[in-house]
Write a protein that binds this ligand. Structure first.
Ligand SMILES: [Zn+2]
Length: 66
């Protein structure tokens, strides 16, 4: 399953599309990436991963591992 990563240039927050309320807003000021790696390559240490999106991703990864 592929995720889309949304990077908010003004806050530095990295969201995953559809994972939290922030990422459901039409991404006007967001940059869209196909992988987390691309986002980090673009913005580096300025990125702060969204806690809601992160924990949702963790949950999904855990449930897939079973
Ligand atoms: Zn988020």
């Amino acid at each position: 399953m592929a995720y889309k990563y949304l990077y908010n240039e003004s806050t530095g927050a990295l969201h995953i599309l559809g994972f939290c309320p922030h990422s459901k807003i039409k991404p006007v000021k967001y940059k869209l990436f196909d992988t987390e790696q691309e986002a980090y390559t673009y913005a580096g240490k300025r990125i702060k991963a969204c806690k809601i999106c992160e924990s949702k991703k963790e949950n999904i990864l855990h449930s897939q591992a079973k």
